[in-house]
Design a protein around this ligand. Sequence first.
Ligand code: SAH
Length: 208
Amino acid sequence: MIDALRQKGITNETVLAAMAAVPRHFFLEKTFEDHAYEDKAFPIGFEQTISQPYTVAYQSVLLNLKNGDKVLEIGTGSGYQAAILAVLGAKVFTVERQEELYFQTKKLLDELGFNTVKCFFRDGSKGLSEKAPFDKIIVTAGAPVIPEPLKAQLAIGGTLVIPVGESVQQMIKITRISDTEFREERLDNFRFVPFLEGVNRKIYPTKL
Ligand code: SAH
């Protein structure tokens, strides 16, 4: 997997080491376990997917984490990206809108020893105001627009990395220059599952 990431242009050794250190097969459904180290996204139930390793690496590089950075992740999903951020030395706050997935991943992260990652069940379009400001914010679902509360919850000098668009998303890196000024960089295109407003308490059938 790490070789594949290098071939695709990921050169940040710190991020590559973090990805080598986190066993991805723990974050996948049993059915896909044998494929855990392929550079592919897989279903995790709940109509969601675990992000492709390349995407996780790409977003992690853009965040340019410093040890102890306070990071907000929107879209906990499998917990894989959150685990990578924790290994990179971040204090991670992660938000998920699917209730059942939130409970499942919170338990998994605890069991795997990632107990510094704080999980929240809520609609991430409003951010996590009680823990703001954040040094870094990462959105791991395709957002139709950039939610204003996320920009507002960035520390001065902080970075927001968010894929924006409908069927295809362009990765956007926003840096907060001052109270009122933001710098925007438009980067490569990706395909994420949709960023949806509101929470979802639907119960999904258990797999046999
Ligand atoms: N970071 C995850 C990616 C999971 S896919 C991983 O490493 O596996 C994106 C996740 O974002 C899904 O679980 C989806 O339910 C969640 N999501 C979508 N819109 C959201 C919102 N408004 N608030 C919080 N989570 C959201």
